[in-house]
Design a protein around this ligand. Structure first.
Ligand code: AMP
Length: 434
């Protein structure tokens, strides 16, 4: 369906068109009319489907006429990570360009001062991670009593990260009369419970089963010895003249090491992971988007919510411990209907991880040996845990679809991206480092 058939205001259509979009994606076609009509919504959609515009556009439409008097926070969008908060806010500003609407992002890991200043000046839309938002609520820096629109984006990830208690606290600060939207890629019982409490007679929509993005990505496995992975990667990037490549490692140390090595090979590279300050992360991402660096090496957690238009290449330098992270990783490419390639450099130690991924995808991945990089049959597999850089596994982020999270996923105050202590101490199934 075309955007101009959805009943959106001219100011929004103009901004959408300037962004290069004329046709709405399936989630947008389904969600926008429900939200415009004022219904609560339970939406099943993964990142990469265009879901952000699916809620931002109709909300901005409904908010376009401001009530008289001082500016008040009328819409609250909660996201699990800072990166996603930033990106959603960017969408609000892009699509709301021709409307007199002010928005801001709120997250931890940076000084609260500038956030307080902005709040004092007055904003209409706040995009926030739960922890820092709650700090502002408790300190009286933000008044949520005028919220008309409340959106939980990537609700499943928020629960996985142990934010449920914060979310409940935030809901308590909201007025009863409001429109609620819940977006989630998966629907565990926990999400259903949250939806039942939060949503009022919601419309339910669902697009694209969880692995469809993965199916659109051209995927290839290159068997290689571990010690030769970096050399192989440099060669692939150089030979293909790849200009924008997102590379995944399992750990932040691995990310740093690889970024340094690729830099030595003459490939402009930056690393992005939880050990870096917010400033460095934002800078690396914007340099990557702007084409100033060719390669961004990321860990799984740091890469959540990274949204790069037309990202052509994703490389799994190391396979993830959790098979579902593979789907998330390669979902960074081939977004919103575009094509992309994802290659995985797989050494003998990672055969089990590869088997897990193939099981999840329900098919074998194509393998291609690159001449000159044939694996050395004398090298025996070693258990991954014994190798450097991997530490204790971290909190499980995403169970099987419909699966339950371990109990006690509480949350430590003050850093909106860190999972709760209980979650961190819970029996771990994936690397903690990111
Ligand atoms: P999201 O699922 O919201 O993270 O969006 C994924 C990507 O799709 C983003 O890069 C958007 O800019 C892009 N996008 C959103 N709407 C459309 C559309 N109607 N057509 C093409 N791309 C879109």
């Amino acid at each position: 369906m075309l955007f101009n058939q959805l009943g959106l205001a001219a100011e929004l259509l103009r901004a959408v068109e300037e962004n290069g979009y004329t046709k709405a994606t399936p989630i947008q076609t389904k969600a926008i009319p429900h939200v415009l009509e004022g219904h609560d919504l339970l939406a099943g959609a993964q990142t990469g489907t265009g879901k952000t515009a699916g809620f931002v556009l109709p909300i901005l439409h409904n908010m376009r006429v401001a009530p008289k008097g001082a500016r008040r926070v009328r819409a609250l969008i909660l996201t699990p990570t800072r990166e996603l908060a930033s990106q959603v806010n960017e969408s609000v500003q892009t699509y709301g360009k021709y409307l007199p609407i002010r928005s801001m992002e709120i997250y931890g890991g940076v000084s609260a001062r500038p956030q307080i200043t902005k709040l004092k000046r007055g904003v209409d839309v706040v995009v926030a991670t739960p922890g820092r938002l709650l700090d502002h609520v408790r300190q009286g820096n933000i008044d949520l009593s005028n919220i008309e629109y409340f959106i939980l984006d990537e609700a499943d990830r928020m629960l996985d990260m142990g934010f449920i208690r914060d979310i409940r606290q935030i809901i308590k600060a909201l007025p009863d009369n409001r429109q609620n939207l819940l977006f989630s890629a998966t629907f565990s019982q926990e999400i259903r419970d949250l939806a039942n409490k939060l949503l009022n007679n919601p419309s339910e929509i669902q697009v694209a089963a969880r692995n469809t993005t993965a199916d659109r990505v051209e995927q290839l496995v290159h068997p290689v010895d571990k010690a030769r992975k970096r050399e192989m990667l440099s060669e692939i990037i150089g030979r293909g003249n790849w200009q924008q490549v997102l590379v995944f490692t399992r750990t932040k140390h691995g990310a740093n090491r690889l970024a340094t090595q690729l830099g030595k090979d003459g490939i402009a590279t930056a690393a992005i992971h939880g050990g870096k300050g917010q400033g460095a992360r934002t800078r690396a991402l914007s340099d990557f988007k702007a084409g100033k660096i060719r390669v961004l090496v990321a860990t799984d957690i740091a890469a959540r919510g990274i949204d790069i238009d037309r990202l052509p290449h994703v490389v799994n330098f190391e396979l993830p411990f959790v098979a579902e992270d593979y789907v998330h990783r390669i979902g960074r490419t081939a977004r919103a209907g575009q094509d992309g390639t994802a290659i995985s450099l797989v050494c003998i130690d990672e055969q089990k991880l590869l088997a897990d991924i193939e099981k999840l995808l329900g098919r074998k991945l194509e393998k291609a040996v690159i001449p000159g990089y044939e694996v050395d049959a004398r090298i025996k597999a070693e258990p991954l845990r014994k190798q450097g850089g991997q530490r204790r596994a971290g909190p499980p982020r995403r169970g099987k679809p419909g699966g339950k999270r371990p109990a006690g996923a509480g949350k430590k105050r003050g850093n909106s991206q860190r999972p709760g202590k209980a979650a961190r101490n819970a029996k771990r199934s994936r690397p903690r480092s990111a």
